[in-house]
Design a protein around this ligand. Structure first.
Ligand code: ASP
Length: 408
């Protein structure tokens, strides 16, 4: 018998989970899912929590080391990173604004808790406290408590120091690259267990919350797609028109093949060959596309940043918590950093959502609520991630051309 593809398995798990959940809900035995299905979901979430510190640490250091090569590519490198950072921050703001509008309109629910169940409430840190708290006084404690902002600071400092150590830091550099690969393999394995996680969590969420939760999930997915759409229209149309002199329609038409491939594969890395072709067709040079696109597939994830903002606001609402301005700023900063640390593979953004939630002090177990529909989020966010990389390649090419024309 032919093995079903992972997307197919996930779809079947999603539908199966909803049906099982509805049956238990209407039969009045939601505790069956709590007692016998949710534990498997918990195992899955525990695996996610366990992997998040090594993933963030290693992929961040590795990403920083890959910037070392950027010195060689000089102005192309810095323009690329500046473009990436600016669009991702814009994505975070757009995601947050739209999610808050949905929340203010009362479209996000506050969930009823089962007897004895409790979500830990977010700690209401203000921005200054968050800033001070970012700097670790003990490295192991940061790992031990999964303090994500501290882990990022550690990664940035270690990455910078390995770079500064030059030739003598070579062993450390190789060790990071090797462990990063190992951890990525482990992450793929955990992601391959998704169908079990999707089935058990979907069944539990539907059985305990009732059919109404399906509507809420549809709304939060719709909210993310609205933000994806607004971001493409504003940021990429603007980039195409203003920086590259290409009409937005022509840009999206040129990028369509890669967008569709990304939508179905949910992997920016796997889409690379197609995005290369699209970028070149839209006017990017071969050399710049070869530099910008792989870097983009590693550190530039606008769709992922949007998803993380929307999901965080949604889950905060589910826990019955109002987020203040300081916390909003923290969400944007952590979602931007998390999207940089997200690998360009299927489902990676959800693992990094654990990081944003931890940074916000929101119970990571709440991921269970939206995990069942993560594939739907992932399709859209990957599509956006890839479009952003193509826009970056075309813009940087134009800027370099303009610079060359000026110096002539
Ligand atoms: N699947 C996304 C990508 O490859 C990453 C994510 O899960 O957010 O771009």
């Amino acid at each position: 018998m032919k093995k079903l593809s992972l997307p197919m398995q996930i779809l079947i798990a999603l539908i199966g989970g909803i049906i099982a959940g509805l049956i238990c809900f209407f039969a009045g035995v939601p505790e069956f899912t709590t007692n016998y299905l949710k534990p498997f979901g918990t195992i899955f979430v525990n695996l996610l929590k366990f992997i998040v510190v090594p993933v963030v640490l290693l992929s961040m250091i590795d990403g920083i080391l890959s910037m070392d090569d950027m010195k060689k590519v000089g102005s192309v490198g810095w323009k690329t990173v500046a473009y990436f950072m600016a669009t991702t921050a814009a994505a975070g703001v757009i995601g947050l604004v739209i999610a808050n509008l949905f929340d203010a309109a009362g479209l996000f629910p506050t969930l009823a808790l089962e007897a004895g169940q409790e979500w830990t409430k977010p700690t209401s840190a203000n921005f200054m406290d968050t800033l001070v708290g970012m700097f670790p006084s003990n490295m192991w404690e940061a790992f031990h408590t999964s303090n994500m902002l501290q882990v990022i600071v550690i990664a940035v400092m270690l990455g910078g120091s390995i770079m500064a150590a030059g030739e003598k830091g070579k062993v450390a550099r190789d060790v990071v690259a090797s462990f990063n690969e190992v951890i990525n393999q482990l992450m793929s394995f955990i992601i391959s267990l998704s169908p079990i996680g999707v089935f058990t969590m979907m069944a539990w969420v539907v059985a305990t919350q009732g059919a109404a939760i399906l509507g809420s999930l549809a709304i939060v997915v719709g909210c993310a797609y609205l933000a994806y759409f607004v971001h493409s229209v504003i940021v990429y149309s603007f980039s195409a028109k203003v920086f590259c002199g290409i009409s937005p329609l022509a840009f999206f038409k040129g990028a369509a093949a890669a967008m569709m491939f990304a939508f179905t594969s949910t992997s920016s890395a796997a889409t690379l060959p197609v995005s290369k072709e699209c970028a070149e067709e839209l006017g990017s040079t071969k050399e710049i596309a070869a530099f910008v696109l792989p870097l983009g597939a590693t550190i530039h994830m606008d769709g992922t940043a949007i998803y993380q903002c929307v999901a965080t606001v949604f889950l905060a609402s589910c826990a019955g918590v109002d987020l203040g301005i300081g916390q909003m700023v923290t969400i944007i900063v952590t979602a931007t950093l998390a999207s940089i640390g997200t690998a360009g593979v299927s489902g990676a953004g959800m693992i990094m959502l654990a990081m944003v939630l931890t940074a916000m002090g929101i119970d990571v177990n709440m991921i269970m609520i939206i995990y069942g529909v993560d594939r739907l989020f992932d399709m859209g966010r990957t599509c956006l991630n890839v479009t952003g990389d193509i826009a970056g390649a075309v813009c940087v090419t134009k800027w370099e051309e303009k610079k060359a024309a000026k110096t002539k």
